[in-house]
Design a protein around this ligand. Sequence first.
Ligand code: SF4
Ligand code: MG
Length: 336
Amino acid sequence: PESFLSVRDLKVRFSTEDGIVKAVDGLSFDVERGKTLGIVGESGSGKSVTNLTILGLHNPRTTTIEGEIVLDGQELVTAAEKDLERLRGNKMAMIFQDPLTALSPYYTVGRQLSEPFMKHTGASKKEARDRAVQMLEKVGIPQPKTRFDDYPHQFSGGMRQRAMIAMALMCDPDLLIADEPTTALDVTVQAQILDLLKDLQQEFGSAIIFITHDLGVIANMADDLLVMYAGRAVERGSTKEVLGRPSHPYTWGLLSSMPRLDGDINEELTPIPGSPPSLLNPPTGCPFHPRCAYKDQVAGTLCTDSRPPLAPGRAAACHLTAEQKQTIFIDKIQPR
Ligand code: SF4
Ligand code: MG
């Protein structure tokens, strides 16, 4: 299958007062046209940084980027700012967790949808207005012609989220990056927004990168899954494979710390012990080793000394053998 977005050995480093933060440390993945890639991981795992890097939204003075990001044949790491700006206007768009980071309180929703569109496409005011009204209607805003002239504060939280999706769709993006797009919403509105995104993907054929810490949401949204930890991918595969037969201790931990949809509501959830590592001084070897309950099953000091590679395709970056993973999964993880 043709890979629409290809990321290879991406490294993103920030210079801070305390030293160099390795926010993303050798990440590779692909997204196909019309498909959704879910990226999961705790905060600080590098998911948001990766996506801001794809969009070219880092401060070049404090950020070093290495590796390759190729979107539909175009290399983005070395692209000039004006090319990135053009791509952000008509090839890729972002939906944030908080619509107020994308919508200004000072201008009407309609103006914020139509002005960038005029700028990027050379459309007339009337054409831009028509398109904005059409997009507001598509995302389910009632009376879009009237609502066009409302300010963001006149919208409910769910409607602002819809307006931001409409804004992202104005330019008919080929790549849509959604960063925790429903986290701030109540469960009913969240389900509506997720359904909306799926419908729009069908209609527009966009590739979507969906970033979340919620495996329940990802199960329902993503075709493929990338599990990130400490700026690296630790497990990858189709969502069905990864959630059906996870094979990395960190993924096991994520699964045991989430409520099952069919589960007893009183079921006890086990959070992963410990906290995510400092990216100023990442652990040696496997970055998960300080928190891993299974490292004693690996021979010698492999886990603390040697970084487990992530093979291409369906894979987990862990020194346990396939047999050990299978046994642990069947004995300890599956029956919960
Ligand atoms: Fe745990 Fe070792 Fe696998 Fe890392 S490589 S996840 S420390 S068993
Ligand atoms: Mg984030």
